[in-house]
Design a protein around this ligand. Structure first.
Ligand code: CU
Length: 245
């Protein structure tokens, strides 16, 4: 094998060791237990989605119903807990800097069409959201808004930018790495704020969307100017944070 192939192989192996998935959610500080394939539509591996046109952009590669759904009410705090290979490990490689986002859609849509509403996002306020996530041991929160009763998919997402100086569509060895897992919840309270939706996965992110192509290594650049992909957070959102349950 040529040296060049060895270098490529080594970099493929090191990034393969660096990915992430959601282990569980906590509701108002109570761990709901291992949710993988139980109440989370977990992908079989921690690999990213990179093709922005793929149907996997909605709920990753295993978007079919799982057996359990977690009950929540408006005002409840849901904490997502990410992991790398096992719980409480290194979560995600520190190279994987980028934003953390949360979307929601009615489960009846199965994530297809312009059904997604953004509830939360964090980019770079002097610290990358992923670095905050590492500091919080993989946990970040969203508060359930005052939405109608029903079944919903929560879609926490990490966008890792370490190879995002070019678009995947230009060079499929590089491009942003997107990590999303869909969590099945049932809102048992019955609020009056209907979700506006309007965002599609695939669709909302393209290679020309601000923040999809971005050079986190640019010398002298002000990283706080980073624009988080997708829309503004919905005005009806009850907010979130990158903090522990
Ligand atoms: Cu990775």
């Amino acid at each position: 094998m040529q040296l060049k192939s060895l270098v490529v192989l080594a970099s493929v192996l090191s990034t393969a060791l660096a990915h992430t998935r959601v282990w569980s959610i906590w509701v108002n500080g109570v761990d709901q237990g291992d949710g993988k394939g139980v109440y989370i539509r977990s992908p079989p591996t921690n690999n990213p989605v990179k093709d922005l046109t793929s149907s996997a952009m909605a709920c990753n590669v295993n978007n079919s119903p799982v057996s359990q759904t977690v009950n929540v009410k408006a005002g409840d705090t849901v904490t997502f807990e990410w992991f790398h290979d096992y719980r409480n490990d290194d979560i995600i490689a520190s190279s994987h800097k980028g934003p953390v986002l949360v979307y929601i859609a009615p489960t009846s849509s199965n994530g297809a069409g312009p059904v997604w509403t953004k509830l939360y996002h964090a980019g770079n306020d002097g610290t990358w959201a992923v670095d905050k996530l590492l500091a919080s041991k993989g946990q970040h929160k969203v508060v359930i808004p005052n939405i109608p009763a029903g079944d919903y998919l929560l879609r926490p997402e990490i966008i890792a930018l370490h190879e995002a100086n070019v678009a995947y569509s230009s060079n499929n060895l590089r491009g942003a790495q997107l990590y999303m897992n869909c969590v099945q919840i049932r809102v048992t309270s019955n609020g009056s704020q209907s979700l506006p939706g309007g965002n599609s996965f695939p669709g909302t992110y393209t290679s020309s969307t601000p923040g999809i192509v971005f050079d986190i290594y640019a010398k002298g650049a002000d990283m706080t100017k980073y624009q988080i992909p997708g829309p503004a957070v919905w005005s009806g959102s009850a907010g979130g944070s990158i903090t522990r349950a």
